[in-house]
Write a protein that binds this ligand. Structure first.
Ligand SMILES: Cc1cc2nc3c(=O)[nH]c(=O)nc-3n(C[C@H](O)[C@H](O)[C@H](O)COP(=O)(O)OP(=O)(O)OC[C@H]3O[C@@H](n4cnc5c(N)ncnc54)[C@H](O)[C@@H]3O)c2cc1C
Length: 347
């Protein structure tokens, strides 16, 4: 991979949706120095810039008129102390690779987050989560290149604005910070997190490896693999509603799954809503709602961004009409010059 940007950079292999798109310019960086050099280079200073890890949470709605930077920073350092393990992980490391590596070293904690595609550096952006566990439970800090000063800052987890699929990196810091490393602390006082359906069947005291194996098996059974059908995982977030709305919905739909949250709100399953709206298998062009997992929109092969946008718009409208609930995409929409939204492009 060239260390200077390539013109007309093909993004097809850098988005798991498998959409055809190009960027005006693109390159990978393997060191902080390379990243700093490209950021400071006046030739690229005034164009839109997008950092990508594995491209597993993005939807390119158009060719990108800017510079794409592929994060390939590598390195995992692990230090053991009396109470646990401190991990300092470079942002370009594979997230599923990190989970596997910790378990290989008999360090429990990350097993519920097995097989989430992408890089360690993107994990804080949407505070990845699965099977009752979120990154923020183990993240102690994020190291980022602050673009205004050109220096690396260490941001304590408490200041990252972590929430359900949320962080400041998605919002106020999205143009000002590039994540270069993540610090995690995995305590020795480990407790299995087995509140989620299939994990309950493991009994009272499963090992971290048993949980890992179960999560991997369930994910492989349940989720389409991007190599088979391009996708970006859950397309929409699970919506939360007030207890009043939840009670009203429960009266109309007694089988509706509802998950009370610590703040009093109630989380609903977006996949269930889409399924109940009769949309499993619903297809627009070459994009489709997955037959087994309605929360995942897939590329049947050769889908255009327009197919996916139209499909997502229909899903959102049908769920809104039937349940009066507006689904919010989890996937990041990237337009010609940067982030855009389903609402903006389907206007
Ligand atoms: C099959 C499948 C299953 C999935 N399951 C889950 C799941 O269970 N839970 C879950 O939470 N997610 C899930 N996802 C979504 C995805 O895996 C995560 O969002 C992951 O963290 C994305 O990593 P990435 O490196 O591919 O990020 P990318 O898609 O490359 O980037 C995502 C966003 O983060 C920004 N970004 C990336 N790297 C950096 C950086 N170093 N600094 C600043 N910004 C950056 C990008 O600009 C972009 O806006 C799934 C996706 C797929 C395809």
């Amino acid at each position: 991979m060239a260390m200077t940007p390539q013109a007309r950079f093909d993004l097809h292999s850098y988005n798991t949706f498998g959409l055809m798109a190009t960027a005006d310019w693109g390159m990978a960086f393997n060191s902080l120095e390379q990243l700093q050099a490209i950021i400071q280079d006046q030739r690229w200073a005034n164009m839109p810039r997008l950092v990508l890890g594995g491209g597993s949470n993005v939807l390119f709605t158009a060719d990108y008129a800017g510079l794409v930077l592929l994060n390939r920073l590598q390195g995992i350092a692990i230090e053991e102390c009396d109470t646990g393990w401190c991990l300092q992980v470079a942002a370009g490391e594979s997230w599923p690779g990190l989970v596997e590596e910790t378990l290989r070293r008999q360090i429990p904690g990350l097993e519920n987050l097995a097989l989430i595609p992408g890089t360690v550096g993107a994990a804080p952006v949407q505070n990845i989560g699965a099977y009752g566990v979120e990154l923020c439970q183990y993240c102690c800090h994020v190291d980022a290149l602050e673009l205004a000063s050109g220096t690396v800052v260490r941001i304590p987890a408490a200041e990252c604005g972590f929430g359900y699929r949320e962080s400041h990196f998605k919002h106020q810091w999205r143009h000002s910070h590039i994540i270069i490393g993540v610090g995690l602390f995995l305590p020795k006082a480990w407790q299995p997190q087995i509140g989620y359906g299939p994990l309950r069947e493991l009994g009272d005291n499963p090992s971290a490896v048993q949980i890992y194996q179960t999560v991997c098996r369930v994910r492989r059974e349940k989720l389409p693999q991007p190599e088979e059908f391009g996708n970006a995982g859950s397309f929409f977030k699970n919506p939360t509603v007030t207890p009043d709305i939840a009670a009203r919905l429960a009266r109309h739909y007694p089988s509706m799954p509802q998950f009370p949250q610590s703040d009093g709100r109630v989380k609903l399953a977006a996949g269930w809503l889409i399924d109940q709206a009769g949309l499993k298998g619903y297809t627009v062009g070459r994009a489709s709602v997955h037959q087994q997992q309605a929360l995942v929109l897939i590329n049947l092969g050769g889908a255009s961004a327009q197919d996916v946008i139209q499909l997502a718009t229909t899903v959102r409208e049908r769920v809104l009409t039937q349940f009066a609930i507006e689904l919010e995409p989890e996937v990041r929409f990237i337009g010609r010059t940067g982030d855009t939204s389903l609402r903006e492009i389907s206007r």
